[in-house]
Design a binder for this molecule. Structure first.
Ligand code: CA2
Length: 147
């Protein structure tokens, strides 16, 4: 059974507690459940994580990279939060490991502040899902299951 990593960056632990107009009312636990259901549908194992620390995200990307090298990875869904717009380190990790990865944003970042329009992840992502709310997580896993 191949594994899907779903990685969530800074402040996404606050999902469902504030800014419901932007991010919706569902919590990160709801998102984890939605991802687990999508993985069951496709016969995939799930690793679901959130951290407010860039280094933790890097460590999980490296772990996913090791699984990828061993042919045991289905793909990665990464919502890097604000690190999307700042992190050369995440760019380097994804590029260096050759990870098959979908960049995900709950909100439509292009309809928001201009500092959210640039992404260090997009050039090294296979696809970008943005603006579909938390439903995007399930759709991203559906896409990975077809790779
Ligand atoms: O739309 C997305 O998924 C984002 O990746 C979310 C990030 C933001 O910095 C990106 O530009 C777009 C922020 C996550 C913060 O999540 C919160 C949720 C509820 C309350 C406060 C923050």
């Amino acid at each position: 059974m191949k594994t899907v990593f779903v990685l969530n960056g800074p402040n996404l632990n606050l999902l469902g507690t504030r800014e419901p107009a932007v991010y919706g009312a569902q919590t990160l636990a709801d998102v984890q459940q939605l991802c687990a259901q999508a993985c069951v549908r496709h016969g995939l194992a799930l690793r679901f994580h959130q951290s407010n620390h860039e280094g933790a995200l890097l460590d999980w990307l490296h772990e996913a990279g090791a699984l990828h090298a061993g042919g045991q990875l289905a793909g990665v869904v990464l919502n890097a939060g604000a690190y999307t717009h700042t992190s050369v380190a995440l760019y380097d990790a994804i590029k260096g490991t050759g990870l098959p990865l979908i960049e995900l944003h709950i909100s439509n970042v292009h309809a928001r502040e201009s500092f959210r329009h640039h992404s260090y992840i997009s050039p090294v992502a296979r696809a970008v899902v943005c603006g579909l709310g938390v439903a995007g997580y399930g759709l991203a896993i559906d896409a990975i299951a077809q790779w």
